[in-house]
Design a protein around this ligand. Structure first.
Ligand code: COA
Ligand code: ARG
Length: 437
């Protein structure tokens, strides 16, 4: 039988995410620099596609680069304080102008990408409006921020109503006060505030970098809120990335499922982020994305579906459901995004200094990603804590894997008495390895 080709495999991977996101609200903040030419057209097509799957979309656009261009055309240099724009009277006019043009360009791009999708009978409407009320940022360290504002409130009822009507909600980075004054807001602030107010499933930032980068410039694919906080405390992120991390941590700390930060210039990144297991950028979640924990009884069906095919191929020793029920306490499981992708057991013997690393398995679609190694480390740490000195492993197919990780060849005579008996009687002729701890 042939393995599924790329399309079938990809579709199977995407289907659970499609089902999960149907009816959920996503708030997507898009940097202004991405909202022109081909990147805008590609993003609009992908937003249309995602909305057509029944996902409720709130799009917040930025306008930083557009405002800068308008100011520079008039010979003015944009002024910033602590990374925030200082908005004087002239800059406020540019901000309003940029928001108007961008809103119209985004609506046009969404409309024309609909025209190119023949399966759709009518375009998704776009709803804009005064959903965000503002308050002045005021004077910071002696610097008057002028018409730069902060989000005061999101009109969640109005937004929800538009979403219920099937519209994509489009929010510009402009807000008003009750006294009728207009303030220039930041896309990042609005997206975070709206995601929290709407208790969105996801807050997504499309930026010009691949996501959050480490000190060597490499993409960090997953962060728990705790890890993100630690990065900020150690000043490990560049100022703009630091602000994104702050939004992410704040949002997931206030009930948003996950914050995802990715490169909007990279064609298809949004689709990959949402509908593949590994995504395309950085995902910040409240808890660790990949974790190993003690197995419990509810895990037995998932463990069985992981190990049965391997048992049938003779790779793993057969274990009945009853065996798993009786010995579940010795199993640990590896979860990736709350799905079970691996397991391992620490089997102990009458000899308190010996134990066996048993039933190590990683789901075939997640192999070669380091999970086997993580499970191995987990079990060696566990064995060390139990003062075990010799960790055995018996394998018919993965001998090389153990040998490359420091296991030494051993013989049946080295095994604890009861394991030697099983080994001989079982007739599986497994290779025996031992890891001195
Ligand atoms: N023999 C030798 N090397 C192997 C191997 C095997 N049977 N299976 C995987 N590898 C290599 C991969 O090629 C990869 O090498 P690379 O990094 O040079 O590309 C590396 O090991 C992957 O390591 P890692 O990602 O940490 O492991 P994994 O998550 O793929 O899991 C196993 C490794 C062995 C647990 C997994 O292949 C598995 O579930 N096998 C079936 C069950 C089994 O044999 N269990 C052991 C008996 S208890
Ligand atoms: N598609 C999944 C989601 O939307 C997983 C994404 C994982 N992304 C990452 N950058 N690690 O939640």
């Amino acid at each position: 039988m042939n393995p599924p080709d790329g399309f079938v495999g990809g579709f199977r991977e995407a289907a659970p995410y499609i089902n999960h996101l149907r009816g959920k609200t996503l708030v997507i903040g898009i940097a202004g620099s991405l909202l022109q030419g081909p990147p805008l057209r590609r993003l609009a097509a992908d937003l249309n596609l995602i909305a057509s799957l029944g996902v409720r979309l709130v799009v917040v656009h930025g306008s930083r680069s557009q405002i800068n261009r308008l100011a520079q055309a008039d010979g003015l240099t944009p002024q910033y304080h602590q990374g925030r724009r200082i908005t004087d009277e002239a800059t406020l006019q540019y901000a309003k102008q940029a928001a108007g043009i961008l809103r119209s360009d985004i609506e046009a791009a969404l409309y024309s990408s609909f025209a190119q999708s023949p399966q759709r009978s009518k375009p998704i409407s776009v709803a804009s409006g005064n959903f965000i009320s503002a308050k002045p940022m005021g004077v910071i360290d002696g610097t008057d921020m002028g018409y730069t504002g902060l989000v005061r409130k999101t009109d969640t009822e109005a937004v929800r109503q538009r979403l219920d009507d099937g519209a994509i909600v489009l929010i510009s980075p402009i807000g008003h006060t009750l006294s009728g004054k207009t303030f220039n807001l930041s896309m990042g602030d609005i997206a975070e505030a709206a995601a929290v107010a709407l208790q969105a499933e996801k807050l997504i930032y499309l930026i010009e970098q691949d996501g959050i980068l480490d000190s060597d410039g490499r993409l960090i694919t997953n962060l728990s809120a705790e890890e993100a906080r630690r990065m900020m405390a150690k000043n490990q992120a560049a100022p703009r990335q630091e602000r994104l991390l702050r939004y992410a941590v704040n949002a997931v700390g206030h009930g948003v499922g996950r914050t995802q930060i990715l490169n909007g210039n990279d064609d298809g990144s949004l689709i990959r982020e949402l509908f593949t297991r590994h995504g395309a950028g950085t995902s910040v979640a409240r808890d660790a994305f990949v974790r190993i924990r003690q197995a419990h009884h509810d895990d037995i069906p998932a463990i069985m579906s992981l190990i049965r095919p391997l048992e049938e191929q003779g790779i793993l020793l057969r274990r009945s459901r009853e065996y798993l029920e009786d010995h579940i306490g010795s199993f640990s499981v590896l979860e990736h995004d709350r799905c079970l992708y691996g397991c391992v057991a620490l089997k102990t013997f009458a000899d308190p200094q010996s134990a066996e690393l048993a039933c190590l398995a990683v789901s075939p679609d997640a192999q070669a990603g380091g999970y086997g190694e993580m499970l191995l480390k987990h079990i060696t740490d566990q064995a060390r804590r139990k003062n075990i000195r010799r960790l055995f492993a018996l394998s018919t197919h993965a001998g090389e894997w153990f040998a490359e990780r420091g296991f030494q060849t051993a013989s049946a005579d080295d095994l604890p008495e009861e394991r030697r008996r099983d080994h001989v009687e079982g007739g599986r002729n497994s290779k025996i390895f031992v890891y001195p701890l």
